[in-house]
Write a protein that binds this ligand. Structure first.
Ligand code: PLP
Ligand code: ZN
Length: 435
């Protein structure tokens, strides 16, 4: 199988390079840790796919970037045509003037990935996994996950009738298991931890020849996630480009909630692609936000550790999607922050919960706790002077509040009960408690 613009895969630890047909997942010298970067021929892309052609595209999904994705374009087009898979990506970038004013900022946008087909950012990666599965002719695709990655894979598989097997720890939240079962995934509840589920999934995939979607193992997942960075720069270009500046615009700062570190690594990759193509002229600072109870990357960043020097820690937070004791994509995550002059920040569970109604009321985006963490991080960053008034700031909202209603209820209090006639309502209006 040839991918026209992909020239190889490079190990993030030793820098060894491989052809796409030589290695499927990780660097053979570094086992499961040897995560690979996907390398492109940017010269050829620029020649065959000029920026004007992209800007004129009417494809409103990640598939508008096909020459920059590591998939067979014909397989991708065939699967995406008229299916849910075809509507992954191109989520709105909303200006948030009221939130900006509250924080003393002049330019703030929220990228709303709660609007993805399965209601989280993970659809960007799973979409690539489904196409690669078909490209390889694998009968089954598999992943281990406790939540959104599994839902994304199960949902997009359902869209195209692709059998899939999902390994989740037995302790996984009911709501998330329900979404998997509804999509018809074969759900295997592992009597063990997430790490054991992950290892079992790798073993099963090898044994039975299943295609493996696992985060920070499959090198192509970051490639799906990078599309959010492309979209931000295109959408921002339309928003502010009228004054003769280039048609694509990088913001000054992007805030990303971080668990395993795959999203932040993907955002960085997308921006590096755009720099290499000459489609943006500077790299934004990337700010990674972690929950205080699950912040090993903040520790490593503060102590100047490399990804391979990190040790697993106990991790917990209300924001379940960003709980990771040893983030699997830690090398790419640290690199994203270090190479862009960004920072890693911690936020408390209270700050995360408070950010849910703040985002919902301030811009109309209903986020799950992990997604709201990015906004909580912005509040911190402004307080600490890390983000300034004139910075153009983008906050990534990565998942829907409907994924975890119980946590939202902790943040919003109770609704009022009234009699089924006008008496109570009249009283409330008189007391000024109804707008
Ligand atoms: C997975 C996820 C994250 C974190 O992404 P990582 O790649 O694990 O860092 C953040 N928010 C939501 C909603 C997620 O599902
Ligand atoms: Zn290596």
């Amino acid at each position: 199988m040839t991918l026209k613009y992909v020239v190889g895969l490079r190990c993030t630890i030793c820098g060894a390079e491989y052809g796409v047909d030589e290695v499927d997942y990780v660097c053979p010298h570094h086992g499961d840790e040897g995560i690979l970067d996907v390398l492109y021929d940017y010269e050829a892309i620029r020649r065959d796919f000029p920026l004007e052609q992209l800007l004129a595209s009417e494809e409103r999904s990640i598939w508008r970037y096909l020459p920059l994705l590591p998939v067979d374009p014909d397989v991708a087009r065939r699967l995406a045509e008229g299916t849910v898979l075809g509507s992954v990506g191109w989520t709105p970038l909303y200006p948030a003037p009221r939130l900006a004013e509250r924080l003393g900022l002049n330019h703030l946008w929220v990228k709303d990935d709660s609007r993805q087909p399965t209601a989280s950012f993970k659809d960007r990666a799973s979409a690539i996994a489904v196409v690669k599965t078909r490209e390889r002719g694998a009968a089954v695709v598999t992943t281990a996950s406790t939540g959104n990655a599994a839902a994304a894979l199960a949902g997009l598989c359902a869209a195209v009738g692709q059998p899939n097997v999902i390994f989740v720890p037995k302790t996984a939240p009911q709501a998330k298991v329900a979404q998997l079962l509804a999509y018809g995934a074969t759900v295997l509840l592992v009597d063990g931890t997430y790490d054991q589920a992950f290892d079992l999934c790798l073993e099963a995939a090898r044994e039975f020849g299943w295609y493996n979607r696992n985060t920070a193992y499959n090198p192509y997942m970051s490639e799906g996630k990078k599309t959010a960075a492309y979209e931000i720069c295109e959408q921002l270009g339309v928003a502010v480009g009228a004054d003769g500046r280039p048609p694509l615009q990088a913001p000054d700062v992007i805030l990303v909630p971080v668990g395993d570190g795959c999203i932040i690594g993907g955002i960085h990759k997308g921006l590096r692609d755009l720099m290499a193509l000459g489609w943006i002229d500077r790299m934004p600072r990337i700010i990674g936000v972690q929950a205080e109870g699950s912040s090993p990357l903040v520790d490593a960043w503060e102590r100047g550790l490399e990804g391979w020097e990190m040790e697993p820690v106990e991790a917990h937070s209300v924001a379940d999607s960003i709980v990771a004791g040893l983030p699997r994509d830690r090398i790419k995550a640290l690199r994203a922050v270090r190479e862009t002059g960004g920072v890693f920040l911690r936020v408390t569970d209270e700050e995360i919960l408070a950010a849910i109604p703040a985002l919902a009321q301030g811009v109309g985006v209903f986020a799950e706790p992990a997604a709201a963490a990015a906004y909580a991080g912005l509040v911190r960053a402004v307080e600490q002077g890390i983000v300034g008034n004139d910075d153009r700031v983008v906050v990534l909202a990565t998942g829907s509040g409907l994924k975890d209603v119980a946590s939202v209820m902790k943040a919003v209090g109770q609704a009022r009960v009234v009699a089924p006639d006008l008496t109570d309502v009249k009283r409330l209006v008189e007391e000024g408690r109804v707008p």
